[in-house]
Ligand binder design. Structure first.
Ligand code: HEC
Length: 99
C-alpha cells in the first residue's frame, strides 16, 4: 500500500499544492490593466504610459498600482499585496530591453 501512496503523494505535491500561482499576474493584468495599457503594454488609451518603455523601479510600480495616478485608478482595494507583486512582475516582462 505504501508503495502506491508515496508516488501519489509526490504527484499531488508536484501539481496541486504549489504555493505560488504562476500566470496570475498575467490574468490580473489582462482583466484590470489591458483596457488602457493594451495586452502588449503599448496601447496608451487615455494617456496610459507605454509599459514596454517604462523604466519605473519596482517600488514605484507598486506605489502607482496601489494609489493610481490621474486617470489610472487605484487598485489597493482590489488587489492584495501579493497580487500587486504578481502584476508588477508581469508588466516588467512586457518591457522591450533598451538597446
Ligand atoms: C483607466 C485606464 C488605466 C488602467 C485601467 C490602468 N492604467 Fe496604468 N496608467 C494609466 C495612465 C493614464 C497612466 C499615466 C499616468 C501619468 O503618469 O500621468 C498610467 C501609468 C502606469 C504606470 C507608470 C508607467 C511609467 O513609466 O510611468 C504603470 C506602471 C501602470 N500604469 C501600470 C498599470 C497596471 C499594472 C494596471 C492594472 C493593475 C494599470 N496600470 C491600469 C491608465 C490606466
Amino acid at each position: 500500500m505504501r508503495i502506491i501512496l508515496i508516488p501519489l503523494f509526490l504527484l499531488l505535491f508536484a501539481t496541486g499544492f504549489s504555493t505560488g500561482q504562476p500566470g496570475e499576474g498575467k490574468t490580473l493584468y489582462e482583466h484590470h490593466c489591458s483596457r488602457c495599457h493594451g495586452t502588449d503594454g503599448a496601447r496608451g488609451l487615455f494617456g496610459a504610459k507605454n509599459l514596454q518603455k517604462s523604466l519605473l523601479p519596482d517600488t514605484a510600480i507598486a506605489l502607482q498600482i496601489r494609489n493610481g495616478k490621474r486617470i489610472m485608478p487605484s487598485f489597493k482595494k482590489k488587489f492584495t499585496p501579493d497580487q500587486i507583486n504578481e502584476v508588477s512582475a508581469y508588466i516588467k516582462t512586457l518591457r522591450i530591453p533598451a538597446i
